[in-house]
Design a binder for this molecule. Sequence first.
Ligand SMILES: *Cc1c(COP(=O)(O)O)cnc(C)c1O
Length: 433
Amino acid sequence: MFLSPCLSKNEQGHLTIGGLDVPALAKEYGTPLYLMDENLIRETCRAYNASMKEHYGKDNFLVVFASKAFCAKYMYRILAEEGMGADLVSGGELYTAIQANFPLDRTYFHGNNKTEQEIILALDAGIRRFVVDNREELLKLDALAKERNTVADISFRVKPGIDAHTHDFIQTGQIDSKFGVALENGEVMQIIAEASKLSGVRVVGLHCHIGSQIFETEPFGLAAKVMMDLIADIRAKFGITIDELNLGGGFGVRYTEADHPVLIDEIVSVLTDAVKESAKEHDLELPFLVIEPGRSIVAPSGITVYTVGSVKEIKDVRTYVSVDGGMTDNPRYALYEAEYTAVLPERIEAEATETVAIAGRCCESGDLIGKEMKLPPVKAGDLLAVLTTGAYNYSMSSHYNRVPNPPVVMVCDGKAKTIVRRETYEDLLKNDI
Ligand SMILES: *Cc1c(COP(=O)(O)O)cnc(C)c1O
């Protein structure tokens, strides 16, 4: 079994997070429960910043956290302190960042269908960059900026046409994607030509994001090269200098024994080498470089703790272990059969001799955390923890079957504190008339 660096075991044979006993935390806060380790989040932010500084240069980059992986006010406070940026995909994420006093000159606004209301909110808030996805958005933004006598700095979301060898559902670099403008059919050049004539926007950058949970470094190096070639083409064709290159995120993390993530320093070195080489080849200035890791910053810091309610053994078929959460706090198996590792926090050393399905409590046969998961023998009343749930769990949670969302408890320096409180039934009703 592998454990993330924030996890360990103590003398009682219990799982610990940030040095604290997980069964004791479950008792104190109840289950289901999201637990996260703040020090690991901070260390990961520092590792990205240190690698970028070392491989690319002191003041010529920004590491931007993809908010969608874990969005809460407390997270923005951590990011602000660690010198990180944040990317936002909705008015709700922007509003959260504003309420957390996050420095908005470090924010990037993404999304393939920003509403007029969201664009206005972002213009008025003074975000750093709009990452424009399409022509309608470009024209809408230009008009709204002019109405406000301002000029919006923009990047374009480009589909560089790279196959990142990942699951189809989470692959966004190819031409058949709802995101961005394509390189191979000339859309990029067309939209840049159009934008260069508008006075409400200023083209300063290009952006791409080739997928998620990627374990190879080659696609990132290739994307960097394709984008630098494009910057050279844009200069040649329009005389426009692109000052900023945003290469997105997508760096893989370890969910199971079979996953082998690349070290942060290695990814950064491949990316920055590709950019530097290409700049030399085309005689271009080094662009301001942005990367946008989401999952890799928070996933390994989080676990979800459940209580087992029933163990249903269907002879010669399957054993269903039902927990007091499921797709409402972690829809990733239901969405794309994402794989996880589960452990028993009260008997961390027990051998995983059984193969079981871990089921949630919703009225959906597909409400599973996994269909074939290795576990030690388990019984009703046991605690069960799913590992690597710090990303895309809380942020993807739902209220299906009116199940309230678990709290998020952050562990830091031997202390635990609630950063998102447990939802109550009353919370679920707050908009009902
Ligand atoms: C999702 C996303 C990211 C982050 O992806 P991770 O796999 O979580 O690192 C970065 N940039 C954009 C535009 C995204 O959509």
